[in-house]
Design a protein around this ligand. Structure first.
Ligand SMILES: [Zn+2]
Length: 578
């Protein structure tokens, strides 16, 4: 493509509403423009990158045996009422009425539509398993869209849905998608990690988020430097620690007047103890039933772990009335001794034999409390938030923290939708059974933005070759010099004839301006055609990422570039096959 003919508005100004570097660069490099809050138009250069990524996604989804469909964006309310989500989805679901006053919504996701399609067509075990995917526009009416396409309202997504006869089949489908995702992000040349994530109340024991590593990422993740364990902070497990040997004698419990002392810090200062010797008592309402959760003073409770452990639908901190009912005192003085609630304790209480805790009496604490002697713990469990340098639950090495951008999620749905919407099949014995589902998403624009977060410098984007809108740009330093320009054009034609997507910067601009634009839009290889080198019969090739420049005889440049570009493809496809 000739630069002079391209619709490629680049700019030097940093847009005032763009906080994230990817957002700034996507505007400055002419990849997209904002239409309205959280809604963007892709321009030709940006849409090229989108299509390159989509192509990789398609190839790997097809390779994994999934089949592409294209489902409607407008969905009838009835399906959402059937699944139960019409009432629960909230304002992110954009609802409207058509001219016949029928309620509809714009699809934020497609579980209902795909389940409806499959239940009508699949009747027997012979038609299972099936995995169907699409690359479609979704709409979620985010309250505060920001970060460009990273958190917007209208966005492209690849979503796949698997249907299996049973849990074992679903596990195989899940694994295939997990492997496909590994290949997709590897092929894109991204530094990423699959991390274990919470799967909430539906969808089996675990799910995985695929995170592109970037310091600007919204999500904190923890990983092990020694093995491949990685998880998001909600999910990160902490193993049951080895219990200490028998403790020494614990003096009898003593009640101490602690006027105005509430926080752990104040308790420690007042009683001269370390936070490790204090026990915090948090009272939760689990589906309306009070539960006391104990944790060591230097740790924090992970409510998701508590909720999963209790298996309740709604977990919230108890209100004043419930606290008074179970402790007999106002908020802020709860302790385990004499409390009228089930007591569960984090593993951090194991081995504690002489601790300080609230006395269930205003302005009093207890010291020399011994769990087991002074109160009974119903269960010990992993209930706390992970911390850096905690031991890895798999190998015991130290856990480290990093930041990432979630670009994909593989998730087991179990029978949540198939049960509610009666997606059933007849098994070998002619018995009707419910299909077991999985869903698998990839944010298309989000991945492109994440690629920029991970690959840029002060001059602009540095596209990984597989995502680059064009792998090569040819920059004649002066288009008015005939010899020079025709040498550039010859190379342009030679590359195009060999299927290389290439930009010829034929603008009558200063070389410096052209170089700046080439760097900003992140083209991996720039060929400079200048008078001095051309007089020697050479052109210069500059690699965007390394800045490395080599001069080659004019006759060798095309073959060299074709070699570079196809060699990368080859290396990637070999990697995928192993
Ligand atoms: Zn480990």
């Amino acid at each position: 493509m000739r630069y002079s003919e391209m619709f490629l508005p680049t700019g030097r100004e940093v847009p005032s509403d763009a906080e994230l570097i990817s957002h700034q660069l996507m505007i400055r490099a002419g990849l997209m423009r904002k239409l309205t809050s959280g809604v963007y138009s892709y321009l030709p250069l940006g849409y090229r990158v989108i299509r390159k990524f989509e192509q990789i996604v398609r190839e790997e989804m097809n390779r994994a045996g999934a089949q592409e469909v294209f489902l409607p964006m407008v969905q009838p309310a009835e399906l959402w009422q059937e699944s139960g989500r019409w009432a629960h989805y909230g304002k992110e679901l954009l609802r409207f009425r058509d001219r016949h006053d029928r309620e509809c919504c714009l699809g934020p996701t497609h579980e209902e539509v795909i389940t409806d399609l499959v239940r009508n067509e699949i009747k027997t075990y012979r038609q299972l398993p099936r995995n169907l995917y699409q690359i479609q526009t979704k709409f979620r009416d985010e309250i505060r869209p920001r970060f460009g396409v990273m958190r917007c309202r209208e966005f492209g997504m690849k979503d796949a849905y698997s249907f299996d006869m049973d849990e074992a089949g679903s596990e195989i489908s899940y694994r295939k998608m997990f492997d496909a995702y590994q290949r997709i992000f590897t092929r894109c040349g991204l530094n990423f990690r699959p991390v274990e994530a919470d799967s909430g109340s539906i969808g089996g024991k675990y799910s995985h988020e695929f995170m592109v590593m970037a310091d600007s990422g919204e999500d904190a993740i923890c990983y092990c430097g020694a093995c491949n364990y990685a998880a998001n902070l909600e999910k990160a497990e902490i193993s049951r620690p080895a219990e200490n040997g028998p403790a020494g004698m614990t003096p009898p419990v003593e009640e101490v007047n602690t006027p105005g002392v509430r926080t752990i810090k104040e308790v420690c200062a007042f009683l001269g103890v370390a936070p490790e010797a204090v026990v915090k008592t948090l009272i939760f309402s689990a589906d309306g039933t009070p539960v006391a959760v104990l944790i060591r003073g230097d740790q924090e409770v992970n409510e998701i772990k508590v909720k999963n452990f209790l298996g309740c639908d709604l977990l919230e901190l108890a209100d004043d009335a419930m606290i008074r009912k179970v402790t007999g005192s106002p908020r802020g003085f709860a302790g385990a001794v004499g409390i009228k609630a089930r007591i569960i304790a984090d593993y951090s209480l194991l081995g504690m034999a002489d601790c300080v805790m609230g006395a269930n009496r205003e302005d009093f604490h207890l010291r020399h409390v011994k769990p087991g002697r002074d109160f009974l713990i119903a269960d010990h469990a992993d209930l706390r938030v992970v911390r850096e340098s905690d031991p890895c639950p798999r190998c015991g090495a130290e856990i480290r923290f990093a930041r990432g951008i979630e670009v994909g999620h593989v998730f087991k749905l179990g029978t949540k939708y198939s049960k509610a919407m009666r997606a059933a099949y007849l098994d070998r014995e002619g018995q009707e059974r419910t299909m077991v589902m999985g869903c698998y998403g990839i944010g298309i624009g989000r991945t492109v933005a994440a690629a920029i977060e991970q690959n840029h410098d002060a001059d602009g984007i540095i596209w990984p070759l597989p995502l680059a809108p064009y792998p090569v740009i040819i920059t004649p330093v002066n288009v008015n010099e005939k010899v020079l320009f025709s040498a550039a054009e010859d190379l342009y034609h030679a590359l195009e004839a060999n299927g290389v997507e290439v930009i010829l910067d034929d603008r009558d601009e200063r070389a410096g301006v052209k170089f700046k634009d080439a760097d900003l839009i992140g083209i991996p290889y720039r060929v400079t055609v200048g008078p001095k080198k051309l007089a020697e019969g050479k052109m210069e090739i500059k690699t965007r990422r390394s800045g490395e420049v080599i001069a080659l005889p004019v006759s060798e440049v095309a073959a060299f570039l074709i070699g570079l570009i196809s060699a990368k493809d080859l290396a990637l496809s070999t990697k995928i096959c192993t």
